[in-house]
Design a binder for this molecule. Structure first.
Ligand SMILES: [Mg+2]
Length: 253
């Protein structure tokens, strides 16, 4: 794999080198149930202010699973309509959710630190730097959680929406991260667990894409959905060594 660099003789479209890896946070790094807990607390508070009881958990899961399956439906709008009486209250729900959204100790996936260690080994074997970034719609305290859990030392680029001021799926957050890493889109890979906010916007800009099938990803993705990313994986185990060839094969295409 490391022989795929300059002069490897794979033709005029010789593959690009891997120079940056960006990673979503909710799903790939932390359990999306942290977000679910925040939304449910927010719904319960807003309903209590209206004199209503807690949101029905079963009904919540139906809407949540429908949103996961579709990979493009506004979950907030559907939740606001179902539990707050109007989809127009989605902004209110969003703001209240932000106040409760944390990543408690113990919610980092077990394969995260091995993945970033492995990625560092890949960069060393390449003999050229690979910038590593988070690229996520998250609140600022996520940085403290990543420091607490030992992830921060691996991160060069902090593409956190609440800090940078751009949100996925807007291309601005991706462009900001590419600029911060000093790389071109075809030299970078984005890893995320949603098609609508990760895979599609990243692919549209020309980044390689990895779809991680956990959290907000569907339990049973369709063939059409699985065809959208360059690769789909159940988790981060074994992923790092595949990223260089992913970029090289796309660059040669
Ligand atoms: Mg995510």
């Amino acid at each position: 794999m490391t022989g795929a660099g300059a002069g490897a003789g794979v033709g005029a479209g010789a593959g690009a080198r891997l120079r940056a890896v960006f990673c979503d946070v909710g799903g790939p790094i932390y359990d999306d149930e942290n977000f679910v807990a925040a939304v449910l607390t927010a719904l319960d508070e807003l309903r209590a202010a209206d004199g209503l009881g807690p949101a029905d958990r079963g009904a919540f899961r139906v809407l949540y699973d429908r949103s996961r399956a579709a990979q493009g439906v506004s979950l907030r709008g559907a939740l606001a309509e179902e539990f707050l009486g109007s989809a127009s209250r989605r902004g209110e729900l969003h703001e209240r959710t932000r106040e409760h959204w944390f990543h408690p100790p113990g919610t980092l996936y077990d394969d995260v630190l091995p993945f970033f260690r492995s990625l560092r080994e890949v960069a060393e074997s390449l003999g050229s730097p690979v910038a590593v970034g988070v690229l996520a719609n998250q609140e600022a305290p996520v940085v403290e959680a990543l420091e607490r859990d030992g992830v921060a030392p691996y991160i060069d680029v902090w593409g956190v929406s609440a800090i940078v001021g751009y949100e996925k799926p807007s291309p601005e957050l991706f462009r900001w991260a590419l600029d911060a890493a000093g790389v071109q889109p075809h030299e970078a890979v984005h890893i995320g667990n949603r098609l609508d906010t990760d895979v599609r916007p990243a692919a549209a800009l020309g980044l390689g894409t990895v779809w991680v099938l956990r959290g907000e990803a569907p339990d049973e993705p369709t063939a059409e959905q699985l065809a959208e990313p360059d690769i789909a994986v159940p988790g981060l185990e074994g992923l790092a060594p595949r990223l260089e060839s992913l970029v090289a094969s796309r660059g040669a295409a």
